[in-house]
Write a protein that binds this ligand. Structure first.
Ligand code: DGY
Length: 436
C-alpha cells in the first residue's frame, strides 16, 4: 500500500479500464479520447505491451490493425485513420495520401514514427502461451515488419553511407517540439496555411502544447511533402527537415536485433540480413557521440552539425545496445546529475539547459514511454539501480496524479491528456512483469 492509499492492484485495475475505454471495435486503441482519436504507430507498440498483460489476443490485434495501414512500399505510417473524426487536425483531408499507396485503401498520414513494433512483436512472442499454434500469425507479422525495416534502409538512408536513417519531420522522431529542432524549425519555408486550423488547443492546455510557430513548420512540411509526393523517389534531397535522429535510429537498431531473435525462433534464416543492418546502424549511431557533451546528440543532416542541448533521446542508444561501456558510464553520471536537480526522472531536456521548459510537451516533462526504454537500456548495461529508480519514479507519478500523458519533473503536475493509453499500458507491463 502506498502513501496515496492505492495498491499496485488498484493501479492495475485502473490501467486496464483505461485501455478498455480507449479501445475501438476491440481492434485498436486510441491514445486518448479527447486529444488523439486515431491509431498512432509507436503508441500502439507500447499499448500492445500493456494489452499483453491483460488480454494477450488483443495485443496481437493491436499490431495487426496498425499494419492494416501499411503502405505497399513497406512504410508503416504514423497515423492510421480508421474512422473519420471531426475533432482532430491534421486529418486525412490535410494529408491527402493517395489511397493506392496502402494495401487496403485505408486513409493514413504520409510519414512514419519511431519503429518500436518489431521489438514489441518479439516480446509478444516470448510471452505467448506455447500451447497455442500461432506461428503462422507471427510469421506474417514478422514479414510485414521486415518490409518496414527494408523501407527504412532503402528509402531513408542516403548513398553511399547506409548506416543511419533520416527523419523528415519532427513528428517522425515522436519528440515534436524537442529543443533539438529549434534551429531547424526556423529554416522551414512557410506554406500557405490558410486552410489549416489547430484543434489540439483546448483552451486550458496552451502552455503544455507546442507553440504556433512550431505547428506552422509541422504543417508547412506536410504540405511540401504532399506536393512532391510522400513516396516520390526524389523526396529526400528536397526535404526541408533532414535529421539523423536518435529515437528513430535507436529503436530501429533494437528492433533489428529483436527481429533477428524472432526470426530464428520462428525457424527462419534471416540472420545475415539482420546482422548487416544492425552492424550498419551501430556504426552510424556511434557517429552521433559528442565528446564535448559526453552524450549522443541528433545531427542535422543538411549542415552536418550535432544538435545541442542534450535531451532524453541521448540515453536511447543504451536501449539499442549501441553504446560502449564508457559511454554508458558517462550517461549514468548524467542521469544522476539530472535526478539530483528534480526528484523525478527522466526529464525530456537537460534541466540545466536554457531551453528546458517544465510543462511544454517534449521540452522538459517526463514521458513514460521514453522512461520505459531508458530503464531497459540502463538495465542492459548493468545499472539496475537506475532502471529500478526510473520505474519507481514513473509509478509514483501515476499514483500521485493519475495516468497522464506527461508529468513535470518536480512532481507537481500531470499534464496533457488524462487517461492516456501508453501511460496505462506501460504501468500494466511493469506491474505485470512483477507478478510474473
Ligand atoms: C503527432 O501526430 O505525432 C503529434 O505528436 C500529435 O500531437
Amino acid at each position: 500500500m502506498s502513501a496515496s492509499g492505492q495498491t499496485n492492484k488498484d493501479l492495475f485495475v485502473q490501467a486496464k479500464n483505461i485501455l478498455k475505454t480507449n479501445s475501438r471495435h476491440d481492434r485498436y486503441t486510441v491514445p486518448s479520447d479527447r486529444l488523439y482519436p486515431y491509431q498512432w504507430n509507436w503508441d500502439s507498440g507500447f499499448i500492445a505491451l500493456g494489452w499483453s498483460k491483460v488480454a494477450y489476443e488483443r495485443a496481437l490485434c493491436e499490431i495487426e490493425s496498425l499494419l492494416e495501414g501499411q503502405w505497399k512500399n513497406g512504410m508503416v505510417p504514423h497515423i492510421v485513420f480508421h474512422e473519420y473524426e471531426e475533432d482532430y487536425a491534421p486529418g486525412p483531408l490535410d494529408w491527402q495520401v493517395p489511397k493506392e499507396l496502402t494495401h487496403k485503401s485505408i486513409c493514413t498520414s504520409g510519414i512514419t514514427q519511431p519503429p518500436i513494433i518489431g521489438s514489441v512483436l518479439y516480446r509478444l512472442y516470448q510471452g505467448r502461451d506455447a500451447q497455442h499454434d500461432d506461428k503462422a500469425r507471427f510469421t506474417e507479422l514478422y514479414q510485414q515488419i521486415k518490409s518496414y525495416h527494408h523501407w527504412f534502409m532503402a528509402r531513408r538512408t542516403k548513398a553511399p553511407a547506409h548506416n543511419l536513417c533520416l527523419s523528415l519531420h519532427p513528428w517522425e522522431s515522436g519528440m515534436d517540439n524537442s529543443p533539438s529542432w529549434d534551429s531547424l524549425i526556423k529554416t522551414v519555408p512557410e506554406e500557405n496555411l490558410a486552410q489549416f486550423r489547430r484543434k489540439d488547443l483546448k483552451g486550458d492546455n496552451d502552455a503544455e502544447r507546442p507553440h504556433d510557430a512550431d505547428y506552422a513548420a509541422y504543417m508547412s512540411l506536410v504540405y511540401h511533402y504532399r506536393r512532391i509526393g510522400y513516396d516520390a523517389p526524389d523526396l529526400l534531397p528536397q526535404a526541408h527537415f533532414r535529421v539523423f535522429d536518435l529515437v528513430l535510429n535507436s529503436l530501429l537498431l533494437r528492433s533489428a536485433r529483436d527481429m533477428a531473435h524472432l526470426s530464428s525462433a520462428l525457424g527462419g534464416d534471416d540472420s545475415a540480413y539482420w546482422q548487416a543492418q544492425s552492424a550498419a546502424l551501430e556504426v552510424g549511431i556511434q557517429t552521433l557521440w559528442s565528446a564535448e557533451h559526453e552524450a549522443f546528440l541528433n545531427r542535422d543532416a543538411i549542415t552536418g552539425e550535432l544538435l545541442a542541448p542534450v535531451t532524453n533521446a541521448s540515453f536511447l542508444p543504451l536501449y539499442a545496445k549501441a553504446a560502449t561501456p564508457n559511454q554508458a558510464a558517462a550517461l549514468a553520471r548524467m542521469y544522476r546529475e539530472w535526478r539530483a536537480i528534480y526528484p523525478y526522472g527522466v526529464a525530456t531536456t537537460d534541466p540545466r539547459a536554457d531551453e528546458f521548459e517544465m510543462q511544454r510537451y517534449w521540452r522538459g516533462p517526463i514521458w513514460l514511454n521514453t522512461n520505459w526504454m531508458i530503464a531497459e537500456g540502463f538495465a542492459v548495461y548493468g545499472y539496475d539501480d537506475i532502471a529500478a529508480e526510473i520505474k519507481a519514479d514513473s509509478l509514483a507519478l501515476i499514483r500521485k496524479h493519475g495516468f497522464y500523458e506527461y508529468f513535470t519533473p518536480d512532481g507537481a503536475k500531470g499534464l496533457g491528456a488524462p487517461s492516456f493509453s501508453w501511460s496505462a499500458a506501460l504501468a500494466l507491463y511493469w506491474l505485470g512483469e512483477e507478478q510474473a
